[in-house]
Design a protein around this ligand. Sequence first.
Ligand SMILES: Nc1ncnc2c1ncn2[C@@H]1O[C@H](COP(=O)(O)OP(=O)(O)OP(=O)(O)O)[C@@H](O)[C@H]1O
Ligand SMILES: [Mg+2]
Length: 495
Amino acid sequence: MEKSNVTDEKNTLTNALTPQQIVGELDKYIIGQFEAKRSVAIALRNRARRQMLAEDMQDEVAPKNIIMIGSTGVGKTEIARRLARLVEAPFIKVEASKYTEIGYVGRDVESMIRDLTETAISRVKTEQTEAVEEKAREAAEERLLDYIFPVPRSLQQRPRLQDDALEEPEEEDDDELLQLPFDLGPDPEAEAEEAREKERERYLKTRERFRDWLREGRLEDKPVEINVKHQNMPFVEIFSPGGIEEMDINFKDMFNNILPNQTKKRRVPVSEARTILMQEEAEKLIDMDAVISEAIERVENSGIVFLDEIDKIAGRESRHGPDVSREGVQRDILPIVEGSTVTTKYGAVRTHHILFIAAGAFHVSSPSDLIPELQGRFPIRVELKSLNKSDFKSILTEPKNALVKQYVALLQTEGIDAEITDDAIDEIAALAFQVNESVEDIGARRLHTIMEKLFENLFFDAPDLEKKSITIDAEYVRAELSEIVKDQDLSRYIL
Ligand SMILES: Nc1ncnc2c1ncn2[C@@H]1O[C@H](COP(=O)(O)OP(=O)(O)OP(=O)(O)O)[C@@H](O)[C@H]1O
Ligand SMILES: [Mg+2]
């Protein structure tokens, strides 16, 4: 029998969401745009499928990158963002237009992979920090107690004997103290020892009392002086325009290693001290090498780069005169999308299986204005539809934490019950649509400006209102907004 191309060591598919499920999840936040949701769901699932193939085939299967085409405010970024959160993949959104060709001032394209790695590192680090939280809390508590109620000097070291200097320095093992032979008759040394032991017990008892108080939260506001690690990051950032990143790899770490880890005394409330100390303790407990390798593995196998405004770099030299950077940037992006190795300060990161989702309005250019190689790397094209009035209605009310729910909740914090009637929502949607038509189509973003204006007076007066329940109906909406909507010049500025 032939060797199967499927490895089943680790069945990634069982853990991965099905395309149906992905679309279902996206539906909770994004209205319509079914085609786009479907494409990204397929792309994601295919990546999970790839991971199950035998290794030699795995490397052949390239991710199916996507271009989302649609005018502004129709949900392109929103889809990508929700998607990333859904799969908990390392995700970064970058504007293609902010990159410049290598050799020109600006960000070089490889920085997107470095940034992506950075987000993965901090994600994994946060996870690990949570995992060691209990231990870190305990250690921080001990240190905090040391600061609040320091071990008295007399208990810190053994009393010095005359010929002490000649002896080996004695181990400071307190448990051994208890086992010293005490039955040798009155012995000044033993007596001193006994006194010390009493003092020790007293100290520990009080320390425990402080511990109880700490846990009960009775000391939270009390000031305490602690030593905090103080990392100097001198002058590097100032003289490089692109920040440290440009100056490559381990510059920052290098500096941190050269400069001694200085500590600084700070006087802070106990509550803050606990946080600071916990952070320090957590850092000691985390294995940074493991964090780095886990993060890099996630970036390489499930990272998503969202390349926004790709249309802004479309267009070829000939058409746009001396616009050096456009095609140049495309040429620079190409190897990253095709698969190359980018050096980051955490090590090499392979980009071969990173998923790229590009998006753009493509009003003046079209995907065919991209250089052919890049077009080939984005085989999936989906168009997002412009939103109409009924989409607006749904967007206002249906998604989890939809706009209307947000505004109601905000007013609730002031003890005001606001009811927004159906016909009010109709009216808001209609007005938004109207302004988009007459002034400029900014998609669902128009709903934000309209809602903000609609609630302006309420938000201002809310704390002083006598009446604690309010109904917002179509009448109310018209009263607040129709003057502005009718006047194009006014709308241009206000809505
Ligand atoms: N189909 C939709 N369903 C729900 N909310 C939407 C939808 N489209 C847009 N929105 C909302 O409108 C706002 C803008 O959407 P988004 O950022 O996705 O626009 P975009 O398509 O990326 O536009 P641009 O081309 O300007 O970047 C967001 O707050 C988003 O929640
Ligand atoms: Mg966007």
